[in-house]
Design a protein around this ligand. Structure first.
Ligand SMILES: Nc1ncnc2c1ncn2[C@@H]1O[C@H](COP(=O)(O)OP(=O)(O)OP(=O)(O)O)[C@@H](O)[C@H]1O
Length: 672
């Protein structure tokens, strides 16, 4: 310090101030160093004693953990959390929680309605960017939820740290979370939609599973499909041993409203798979996008995509797809440039996405179409579509099944022997949906099984075979859902009405089509006429411009042509008049000597004066004197002007005379 003073004093500086500053720097530096050292030491301690697991929202374990966390009693005591009535993840299960605001008894009844609306339940979920500590099986878990992309609803991740010797505790935690998740998800089918902008899948909701028994198909169809799917799902090794791509395609084709979509939904529920839907007509859908999407369908999921836009081409609507060993969901935006390249989907792109080199393995693919005849054979060949199922309009058997499925019934006091004997003898009845036995939710009368069976029979008898869709029957029964007996009594009238409506619609459609056709023809005819008229006009214009080119020269002729385009008829008339006047003057022998000659051409010259005056004197005569125009001019002169020539006039003087007569308006120097 003394040395510093000795150095600074000759310079005349305040040594006290400098000393204080230096002290501050030293103290501050020491504190900051200590802080960093302590953080680093803590991190080292955490790293050596804590086990940390990361869960990304793109993968299933994140859902399991979020679901598990939402059920933890400790969560309700947390000092910072989010309360939501919304489903916060694709699992749709975070709504059930221990932190409910209402009495447990009330909350337990999931179907309870308040003022006609379903009760909303709240969920307690970890708030973002906050570390929570909860106790689990003798360990303290430190849980932090962060968002990787703040601007997007997806992209969150979960970090769980625990002090432990090995990761057994984390394994147990994940397994427990998974079991609970699957137990709660048992009755739901998750739907994912394709996001063509980012080339990834977005969770769209969880729907209640549809019992397979509620789908009424011809006997054996459902069983065959279910058995085939199950067999496929457990045949991975068999496929691998034989080198066959582990994929299976189903083509469901037939009339609209016959249950194709419903069957897919039902099968997905039965097999415990998620449904992935991609519309090929989506904006931005391209070969690349579809290939990316198909390559990123998670394992053991079902993927549906209606091909509405493509339906115009192939009328091909659904794909169910589930690869067994693919990343869960790609939210990567790295594909954007590829996916948004504006290209459209092609047949080869579609085929490639189904079984190209990049196509995912281990998936079920269901495709549906209303017009199988329009499908490209390449699309429906075995290997791409292995199983074909035809869906027709409702048969009597289906009508009976739908009726039984629709109305609740209770066991008969004295079962009808007739019905029993029928069921025993009719093997196909095995496929009949199980009649609902639940207590009615509304004022639906619960009839005895025997009565329902009898009504169903009568109903089926009244339904014409293969004429109405099952969806139409369902619509009719829905209208009569509290009137089972009346619905049977009135079904004949309804069928008549349906036929009339169909006829009317058909007629209207035919009329509309005829009108559209007529309009199209009319339009085409008009266009043709316009084209012909235009061609004619152009031809006339060419002729007129040729005439003027004879009379004028160089740029003047060009301008006249331009004028002619605007008012060809007027100018043509003027030109003819000018010709006549000129010829008259020639005949009178006054062409070069008298003023009236110039006046006589003034009518025609009116149109050219403004230009001839402003036109540069140097405007190249050579432009017009060379090339095709001159050739035309000479030719036209020969053919058109000769009749007007006086017998004694030389060709040269005639031409010159005309030139002078018009250009004479420009000034005396041009006259001869
Ligand atoms: N075979 C069936 N069994 C039970 N319900 C059916 C059946 N067919 C149709 N439905 C009912 O009709 C409605 C429409 O059925 P769905 O959408 O499955 O028909 P689709 O064949 O897929 O029609 P589209 O080809 O027009 O898409 C659904 O509500 C479904 O409940």
């Amino acid at each position: 310090m003394e040395a510093l003073k000795n150095v600074l004093s000759p310079l005349g500086m305040n040594t006290n101030a400098i000393q204080d500053t230096l002290k501050l720097v030293v103290i501050g530096g020491t504190v900051e160093t200590a802080r960093r050292a302590s953080i680093s030491a803590w991190n080292g301690f955490v790293d050596s004693f804590f086990l940390t697991a990361h869960f990304s929202q793109e993968d299933y374990p994140y859902d399991w953990l979020m679901h598990w966390l939402s059920k933890q009693p400790a969560w309700g005591r947390s000092r910072e959390f989010e309360i939501t009535t919304r489903t916060t993840s694709r699992n749709g299960l975070t709504q059930s929680t221990t932190g409910d605001l209402e009495d447990d008894d009330e909350v337990e009844d999931e179907d309870a309605l308040v003022h006609g609306r379903r009760k909303r339940k709240v969920a307690f979920i970890p708030s973002l960017d906050t570390t929570h500590t909860i106790y689990y099986r003798g360990h303290w878990l430190r849980i932090t939820r962060t968002k990787r992309y703040p601007d997007y609803s997806h992209g969150a991740s979960l970090k769980i740290s625990v002090v432990a010797r090995n990761n057994d505790i984390l394994k147990k935690l994940v397994l427990e979370a998974k079991r609970e998740y699957e137990k709660d998800a048992e009755h739901r089918v998750h739907i994912f939609m394709a996001d063509t902008t980012y080339g990834c899948w977005r969770w769209n909701g969880a729907r209640q599973k549809r019992p397979l028994s509620s789908i009424v198909l011809q006997p054996g169809v459902k069983d065959m499909l279910l058995a085939d799917c199950r067999d496929f799902l457990c045949s991975e090794d068999w496929y691998a041993e034989r080198g066959i791509p582990f994929r299976r395609g189903y083509l469901l084709y037939g009339v609209p409203g016959s249950g194709k979509t419903s069957l897919i939904h039902s099968l997905a529920g039965e097999l415990g798979l998620d449904i992935y839907v991609v519309s090929l007509s989506s904006k931005g859908m391209s070969d690349n996008t579809l290939t990316t999407l198909m390559g990123h369908v998670p394992s053991r999921s079902v993927n549906v995509h209606p091909l509405r836009g493509y339906a115009e081409l192939f009328n091909f609507r659904f794909v169910i797809h589930y690869p067994l060993a693919c990343p869960r969901q790609s939210t990567s935006t790295s594909n954007n440039s590829d996916t948004n390249d504006g290209s459209t989907l092609s047949l080869s792109g579609l085929l490639n996405s189904l079984d190209g080199v990049a196509a995912a393995e281990g998936r079920l693919l269901f495709a549906t179409t209303n017009h199988i005849e329009r499908l490209d054979p390449a699309l429906s060949r075995p290997g791409r579509m292995d199983v074909w199922v035809n869906f027709t309009h409702a048969t009597k058997w289906q009508a009976e099944g739908i009726f039984k499925c629709f109305f609740p019934s209770k066991p008969s006091a004295s079962p009808s022997t007739e019905a029993t004997s029928q069921e025993k003898t009719d093997v196909s009845q095995k496929n009949m949906p199980i009649p609902k036995r639940k207590a009615p939710a509304h004022a639906i009368p619960v009839l005895e099984e025997s009565e329902i069976a009898e009504l169903a029979k009568r109903f089926a008898d009244a339904i014409p075979e293969g004429e109405l869709s099952v969806a139409a029957l369902q619509g009719y029964l829905l209208k009569n859902k509290v009137r089972p007996r009346e619905s049977v009594d009135e079904v004949a009238d309804w069928i008549i009405q349906e036929r009339e409506t169909r006829e009317k619609l058909k007629k209207e459609k035919a009329e509309r089509e005829a009108k559209e056709k007529k309009e199209a023809e009319e339009k085409e005819r008009k266009e043709k006429e316009e084209k012909v008229a235009k061609e004619q006009e152009e031809k006339e214009l060419r002729e007129v411009s040729t005439t003027f080119a004879i009379l004028c020269h160089g740029s003047l002729a060009n301008f006249l042509t331009y004028l002619c385009r605007n008012s060809s008829e007027r100018i043509e008339a003027k030109s003819k008049k000018a010709h006549r006047a000129e010829a008259a003057m020639k005949l009178e022998g006054k062409l070069e000597s008298t003023a009236p000659a110039a006046t006589s051409t003034s009518t025609f010259a009116d149109a050219v004066i403004p230009v001839t005056r402003t036109a540069s004197a140097s405007s190249s005569e050579s432009d017009m004197s060379s090339g095709g125009i001159e050739a035309d001019t000479e030719e036209s002169m020969t053919s058109e002007e000769e009749p007007d020539k006086p017998a004694d006039a030389t060709p040269g003087s005639t031409t010159k005379g005309k030139w002078v007569a018009v250009k004479g308006q420009q000034g005396p120097s041009l006259g001869t």
